[in-house]
Design a protein around this ligand. Structure first.
Ligand SMILES: NC(=O)c1ccc[n+]([C@@H]2O[C@H](COP(=O)([O-])OP(=O)(O)OC[C@H]3O[C@@H](n4cnc5c(N)ncnc54)[C@H](O)[C@@H]3O)[C@@H](O)[C@H]2O)c1
Length: 333
């Protein structure tokens, strides 16, 4: 099978190697010419500097990537997805299956990536949509360490197809689901809580505080997901609790590291700058906060995180604001 991967950074090139391990022909498209050269001439993963198969090819031409196959894996930071889908729709001439692996929700519109695909890709060009997500540090998958992902689609045949495409019996187990909303929201919102968890560590708080913020954070993610129409089971699965477990206390997580820097007193700009890669969780905080306002949800962690990143509250006061709230039953937010 031929597969085109749009975005050859940490995750895109790792998935390309997985697809190659599974016997597929892969062409990566990236706007970074150095990444394209690393893949084509040095045969190395451009962000991890690890050898990859010389069968994996790369291009900087979006048209070439789109002409290469009818299976498109979207793996660019979510803030570029709207403009990229607009370009893709102008260039494609055959129906494509879109597989999205980017984790995020568009602030301002609160749209998930599936909604952007259905809005921006003409029906005549759209074979289907599948989201693939779950607890997966690219750093581990590229070393073929055991990992599990879930793919969700409204079209069962497409979910089954993607489940088989990415499953590798040696190191990558895939599950399937029909809860597109749950998988998308879980994957996007866990990044927000990973930032909060990192900030608590940066502030010098202990593991008790981290567990407090993560478990109450799950409640807030669940409130957001249910308001948008997700199934509760999904949030307790791979693309919710699972992804939070892997992200919310790991130095492999750029969101956790960004939070850590904020907790240590760096400005948002300095914190993001020190990571030097996309930090999706900042936009997830914005989007989660806006969804909370729209659906009248009580989301104290998202609200205080939103105030911190917008410089309305100093990080040193954030925890006391959470602790001074009215006492509640644990059932309630
Ligand atoms: N890194 C991980 O472990 C991991 C795991 C699962 C999901 N994700 C998700 O995958 C997405 C990408 O993450 P990443 O870690 O690969 O980020 P990254 O910053 O390492 O790579 C993003 C790549 O996209 C390229 N790019 C940006 N705009 C482009 C465009 N318009 N056309 C083509 N290429 C473009 C960049 O040049 C870069 O190479 C994010 O949404 C992230 O949440 C990452």
């Amino acid at each position: 099978m031929k597969v085109s991967v749009i975005g050859g950074g940490a995750w895109g090139t790792t998935l390309a190697q997985l697809l190659n391990d599974n016997g597929n022909e892969v062409l990566i498209e990236d706007i970074n010419q150095k990444f394209v050269d690393d893949i084509n001439t040095l045969h190395i993963h451009p962000t991890f500097n690890i050898a990859i198969s010389d069968e994996i090819k790369a291009t900087s031409s979006l048209k070439e990537a789109l002409d290469f196959s009818d299976i498109i894996v979207l793996c660019i930071p979510t803030k570029f997805v709207r403009s990229e889908l607009t370009k893709i729709n102008e260039l494609i001439t055959t129906k494509k299956l879109f597989i999205n692996v980017s984790k995020g929700i568009e602030p301002d519109t609160s749209k998930r990536i599936s909604e952007l695909v259905y809005e921006l890709i003409d029906k005549k060009n759209l074979k289907g949509y599948v989201v693939l997500s779950g607890p997966s540090h690219a750093e581990e998958v590229i070393l073929r360490k055991v990992t599990s992902l879930v793919c969700a689609s409204y079209e069962e045949d497409n979910a089954l197809f993607v489940q088989n495409l990415f499953n590798n019996p040696k190191y990558l187990r895939t599950y399937r689901s029909d809860d597109v909303i749950g998988v998308e929201v879980g994957g996007a919102m866990k990044n927000a809580i990973a930032i909060v968890s990192g900030a608590s560590t940066g502030l010098g708080l202990g593991e008790n505080a981290r567990a407090f913020l993560i478990s109450r954070g799950i409640k807030e993610i669940l409130a957001i997901a249910l308001a948008l129409g997700a199934n509760m089971q999904t949030i307790y699965g791979l693309s919710g609790v699972g992804d939070l477990i892997v992200t919310a206390s790991s130095m492999n997580s750029r969101n956790f590291k960004c939070g850590l820097a904020i907790g240590q007193g760096k400005s948002l700009e300095e914190a993001q700058g020190s990571i030097n890669q996309v930090v999706e969780g900042i936009r997830a905080i914005e989007a989660g906060y806006e969804i909370g306002l729209k659906y009248n949800l009580d989301l104290p962690i998202f609200t205080i995180a939103h105030k911190v990143i917008n410089k309305e509250v100093d990080i040193s006061n954030a925890i006391s604001l959470l602790l001074s709230r009215d006492l509640k039953s644990e059932k309630y937010w």
